[in-house]
Write a protein that binds this ligand. Structure first.
Ligand code: ZN
Length: 468
């Protein structure tokens, strides 16, 4: 299969093999006559027809790719690295500080889930005599090891030479280790946004601003909406936590292990230390989120000044005054018998599995329970059903009445909104903007928004080579 357009001899060409007209699967090949560099190599996540793409061959030869530049460690940006290695890639994976540590947690967890899913499918198929219909895993654990060994950490703002291109990782304020990329191909600057942070982030500084460029590959996850202010979100969370503490029951917060857990822990700790909410005990009931939080503690210098100041004073920003982490499942189960009010954070974030499901089973039927939803709930998930007002739900085999109070805090997004993206792009001069990483409606809305402001903007098509 060839990816060369007719005039590829002199041009720099971009080919998207994921996150084009969809949010997940970020994977963009940048090729010049002499180089092939990949920007991210993420997993598709969502309905089965999309996830099937994780098994398909890449639309380029992985053995010819000289290096991968990883913008950050979310699964939809790193999840296909082991497959890339299994399919022949043998170069380095470059990323900003912190990304490798987080990628290790994310990739090992994803590999474990894939193995468990396959074992379950095999058991089911065996009963029907159809084992041969169960597909093999797209990669083995040793491919995860090799992908992790390939990581090279690059300092922020340092210019590194990658296959003849000059590359800089610039702070993106999205999660720890996140970067947008500046790539000089000898005739100008190309910029890849990765995922840009929310200027109203509680933990991260605003992303660094770009400068004039020839072309920008830009995300548009929230290109069609605007977020609430940091202060409004904080006030909302404070009111809900105060009300929940007053009720005297269990406060359950389903969280994603990376970023949302640390943001919520930081905010609870701050509110409790300042006496704005009662000092209830706080349990982090997620081994994965506990490991992520440890990774966050290794990079305290990257956070907003008020977070760094705490660390300078010897205070752990992510540890409320009465804080415990529960690792074993026995410790987790013991929380059910605790007979004092407490706050419990557990995964999964959309309540589709994990320890939060057990906590819901034990507590959501009690009127004094408060469930605080702090992240996006996709349609079809248990979390979405609860947010939409389900009266009864099925939890670990039992039908349970929903009598607890459910709150949704909407402002904790780790993503730039339309205004953030527009402001960030204001500095790139006349650069053509190529939009990726968004649902079709968001991409088209943001493209039109940019065009109304006189910009050249287009939505990137999957698999269509694009001269940049
Ligand atoms: Zn991300």
């Amino acid at each position: 299969m060839t990816t060369d357009p007719p005039d590829a001899a002199s041009a720099t060409v971009l080919l998207s093999a994921g996150a084009a007209e969809t949010v997940t699967g970020s994977c963009h090949l940048l090729r010049t006559p002499d180089t092939r560099i990949l920007i991210d190599c993420g997993m598709f996540q969502g309905p089965p027809e999309l996830e099937r793409r994780n098994r398909e061959p890449f639309p380029f030869d992985p053995a010819e790719v000289q290096a991968v530049l990883v913008t950050h460690a979310h699964l939809d940006h790193v999840g296909r690295l082991p497959k890339l290695v299994a399919d022949g890639f043998a170069g380095p994976v470059l990323a900003a500080p912190g990304t490798r540590t987080i990628a290790e947690i994310i990739l090992r967890d994803a590999a474990k889930i894939a193995r468990e899913d396959r074992a379950r499918a095999l058991r089911k198929a065996r009963r029907a005599g159809r084992e041969d219909e169960v597909e093999p895993l797209p990669y083995e654990e040793e491919d995860v090891d090799r992908a992790l060994e390939a990581f090279r950490t690059v300092s922020y703002d340092e210019t590194v030479e990658v296959a003849g291109l000059k590359v800089r990782f610039r702070p993106a304020g999205h999660v720890i280790g996140s970067a947008w990329l500046e790539i000089d191909d000898g005739s100008g600057t190309l910029i890849a946004s990765g995922d840009l942070g929310n200027r109203e982030s509680i933990l991260h500084p605003t992303p660094d601003r770009p400068q004039e460029a020839r072309a920008v590959l830009c995300e548009a996850t929230y290109g069609d909406r605007t977020h609430r202010s940091r202060e409004a979100t904080r006030a909302e969370l404070r009111e809900v936590l105060a009300e929940a503490a007053e009720a005297g029951g269990r406060v359950l917060i389903p969280t994603f292990a990376l970023e949302r857990t640390q943001t919520v822990l930081y905010e609870i700790a701050r509110l409790q230390r300042s006496g704005e909410i009662p000092e209830l005990p706080v349990f982090l009931d997620s081994p994965m989120a506990t490991r992520m939080t440890a990774a966050y503690r290794e990079h305290l210098d990257r956070f907003r000044p008020e977070v760094r100041d705490l660390a300078d004073d010897g205070i752990d920003p992510f540890a409320p005054p009465r804080f415990e982490t529960t690792v074993s499942s026995d410790e987790s189960r013991a929380l059910n018998d605790l007979d004092e009010p407490a706050i419990v954070l557990a995964g999964s974030g959309m309540m589709t599995g994990g320890r939060i499901v057990h906590h819901l089973k034990h507590h959501i039927w009690k009127p004094e329970t408060h469930l605080i939803v702090v992240g996006y709930q996709a349609s079809g998930t248990l979390g979405r059903a609860l947010v939409d007002g389900a009266q009864r739900v099925r939890l670990v085999g039992d039908e349970i009445a929903v009598r607890g109070k459910i709150h949704t805090i909407g402002g904790l997004s780790a993503h730039a909104d339309r205004d953030d993206l527009t402001a960030w792009l204001a500095d790139v001069g006349d650069a053509a903007v190529h939009l990726v990483h968004g649902e079709p409606d968001a991409l088209v809305a943001f493209r039109d928004h940019l065009r109304e402001r006189g910009r050249t903007a287009q939505v990137v098509k999957d698999g269509e080579p694009l001269e940049v």
